[in-house]
Design a protein around this ligand. Structure first.
Ligand SMILES: *Cc1c(COP(=O)(O)O)cnc(C)c1O
Length: 492
């Protein structure tokens, strides 16, 4: 049986479909696969295109008879023109490869999973014979919201509510969300930061009043955040595809080890890469890159996760996070799948804002992960320097990765070939990126025009004409009003 268990060990194991639909463990933990993952056969996978590769990989997490459903879902997500043919192009910038994860509908890496998740959700609902309506809740630091809205808009049997920090996302991210069309969507600004939104969404699942409203209205809640295992599984695919792409070109030999450098906030992206490694992808090390909100850097260096610290709004806002949800999954694995221990850590985090792992667990983690961060100034310097030297235009998040990789290489003797996963198009943060390469600070839309004129990098299709789109969502609420808002939405 391919069972999923909670990282906090207080829920009965469930199957794949239930795990997707449920979104989060009903003990507040995160669901994780509790079965032996099959080993990748790279020499046969190398012949597959992205759709077929995704089908192979995702199917290994699903009951055997679900394979044809998964094949159809992967085709719908990645093979019907929402992405370019290669889906994840791999470019070169200086000594690093860049796997571009931003060629989906919202120009950020969240599209990689959120193009597939709605298909996984609807097929799971069918398999379970579920006839209630599902309402998807998503908290966003900027990119999840839009990608989830695009994925779930007008999907039958679903509704979606996105909460974003009204002053904590970029101008483009905000305009993308407030102009969202679709009959089943709600977009809500909150006065607070991403962590406030994420905490409120997690709490909604355990709120008895919300549960009652759901029961009375014949609906139930699920999550589109990376707490849902259906976000993680599709992300495993591009680690494998970008590795195979290097091998296909002869840049590496099949079986050579490489490093991945991953701009990280909630840690879902990097964790998916680590799962690919558990399946046999030859990875030496993961470089975990952050911005000035360097809580992950401290954790990977000291084993102490301490959220009692100042929160900074930075020019890489999708990584402005203090409570990194998916770290819980890594901690669970690294403690030897110890749900009781993981639960006690998470209780410490909830009650005191801090937990600390044992030295031997930290030692295990350090064998595979190295973390570092860039300040805002270093982000801008990295963008300029990389552009001047290589002509490649980094976005602010990817620059955290690129800059950290350069520093890591200077300070270590590690010459392992490295793929930096690029998480956003530079046009999502055009003021910062244009400012960095030209030295000129402009308003957002002028910056887009000038950046493309200067660098020749085309503006992604989904961002063309965004300025003219009418604003359809103006609701802004206090974070304390989130539960009441959800209850109301459920009743309608
Ligand atoms: C979400 C996001 C990240 C962080 O990814 P996690 O999986 O949360 O670590 C980094 N960069 C961009 C552009 C993002 O949208």
């Amino acid at each position: 049986m391919k069972n999923y268990v909670s990282t906090r060990n207080q829920q009965e194991p469930v199957g794949f479909y239930k795990a997707i639909v449920q979104g989060i463990g009903n003990d507040g933990g995160l669901l994780v696969p509790d079965f032996e993952l099959p080993k990748l056969d790279l020499s046969s996978l190398i012949r597959l295109d992205y759709v077929s590769l995704a089908t192979e990989i995702v199917s290994t997490f699903v009951p055997e008879e679900g394979r044809s459903l998964i094949a159809q879902a992967c085709l719908n997500a990645y093979g019907k023109g929402l992405f370019p043919k290669e889906v994840v192009p791999v470019k070169k910038a200086g000594d690093a490869w860049i796997a571009e994860l931003f060629h989906g509908q919202t120009a950020a890496f969240k599209d990689m999973a959120l193009s597939l998740l709605p298909h996984l959700m609807t097929l799971s609902l069918k398999q379970l014979g579920e006839d209630r309506k599902v309402i998807i809740l998503a908290a966003t630091s900027g990119d999840t919201g839009k990608a989830a809205l695009e994925g779930f808009k007008d999907v039958e049997g679903t509704g979606i509510i996105v909460f974003y920090p009204t002053d904590g996302v970029s101008a483009i991210q905000k305009q993308q969300m407030v102009s969202q069309e679709g009959k089943n969507v709600k977009v809500v600004g909150i006065k607070g930061n991403f962590d406030d939104a994420q905490r409120a969404v997690k709490a909604a699942f355990a709120d008895p009043q919300i549960a009652q409203a759901c029961n009375e209205s014949g609906v139930f809640l699920s999550s589109a955040n990376s707490i849902n295992i259906g976000r993680l599984i599709p992300q495993i695919v591009y680690y494998i595809s970008s590795y195979l792409e290097l091998a296909r070109r002869g840049d590496i030999a099949l079986g050579d080890k490489i490093n991945f450098c991953v701009p990280s906030g909630n840690f879902g992206n990097c964790l998916a890469g680590w799962i690919a490694k558990q399946m046999g992808l030859p990875v030496e090390r993961f470089l975990v890159a952050s911005n000035k909100n360097n809580i992950l850097t401290d954790f990977f260096q000291t084993g102490r996760y301490d959220a009692n610290r100042e929160f900074f709004k930075t020019n890489a806002p999708a990584m402005d996070i203090l409570v990194s949800s998916n770290l819980e999954r890594l901690v669970w694995y690294m403690t030897g799948r110890d749900g009781d221990k993981t639960r006690s850590y998470m209780e410490g985090l909830k009650n005191n804002g801090v937990y600390e792992i044992e030295p031997e667990v930290l030692a295990r983690i350090k064998e595979e992960f190295t973390a570092g961060y860039l300040t805002e100034e270093q982000v801008l310097e990295t963008i300029k320097d990389c552009y001047d030297k290589t002509g490649y235009v980094l976005d602010t998040h990817t620059a955290c990765g690129y800059g950290f990789l350069e520093r890591y290489r200077r300070e270590s003797s590690d010459k392992t070939p490295t793929i930096v996963v690029s998480t956003a198009s530079p046009y999502k943060f055009p003021e910062s990126v244009h400012g960095a390469v030209s030295g000129e600070v402009l308003d957002v839309y002028t910056a887009i025009d000038r950046l493309t004129a200067l660098t020749g990098v085309p503006v992604p299709g989904p961002l063309c004409g965004i300025k003219e789109r009418p604003v359809l969502h103006t609701t802004v609420i206090d974070r304390s009003e989130i539960p009441a808002f959800i209850k109301d939405a459920v009743r309608k």
